[in-house]
Design a binder for this molecule. Structure first.
Ligand code: GDP
Length: 174
């Protein structure tokens, strides 16, 4: 029969990188999303949690959680699956993203575990956005050997790239 698995997805990214827009994209009741995860029981809550503004969206039994910054300040990560979003156009803050990523990868709840990491190079529509190839190099993603990872250029406004990205993620956590 149908077996429902509860999966928690942690969405991490710089402020203004498009996390809420990505989540809202899944909130919309369009057919593409319904194919992947039913929209039954979806809701989003925003509230302040510790030092962060969190927005949590529950899409069927998948939990999306977005944190503006400072993942490294979490005492422990309660969520086994992670999605990381960065902004493809934000070259100046790439260093910040790399630092946060390094901290995240070294986090005791993350380091030894085969947690799939999906990188969304969002705002691909902006003329100065970095290519995924440049982001792989800039963030040093090739060094992530013990976790499946994937990078996709996305446009959260139109939804471009999000479908294949979320398909990759659901394949990993099936
Ligand atoms: P958050 O702080 O990470 O949750 O970012 P938001 O989802 O609030 O998005 C910040 C701003 O970027 C909003 O004005 C969005 O409309 C815009 N935005 C989000 N995704 C994209 C994108 O792919 N392309 C462009 N051009 N703008 C985007």
């Amino acid at each position: 029969g149908l077996r429902k698995k509860e999966v928690n997805v942690l969405v991490v990214g710089l402020n203004n990188s498009g996390k809420s827009t990505v989540i809202n994209n899944f909130k919309r009741e369009d057919d593409r999303c319904i194919d992947i995860v039913p929209t039954v029981g979806f809701n989003v809550e925003k509230f302040a949690y510790k030092f962060f503004n969190l927005s949590i969206g529950v899409l069927d039994n998948i939990l999306f959680m977005s944190i503006d910054t400072g993942i490294t300040h979490f005492p422990s990560l309660p969520f086994p699956s992670l999605t990381r979003i960065c902004t493809a156009s934000d070259k100046l803050r790439l260093v910040v993203v790399k630092e946060e990523l390094d901290m995240l990868l070294q986090h005791p709840d993350v380091a030894g575990r085969k947690i799939p990491i999906l990188f969304l190079a969002n705002k691909m529509d902006l003329p100065d956005s970095l290519t995924t190839v440049k982001l792989v190099a800039g963030l040093g993603l090739e060094r992530i050997q013990n976790k499946p990872w994937h990078i996709r250029a996305t446009n959260a406004l139109t939804g471009e790239g999000l479908q294949p990205a979320i398909e990759w993620l659901t394949d990993q956590i099936r």
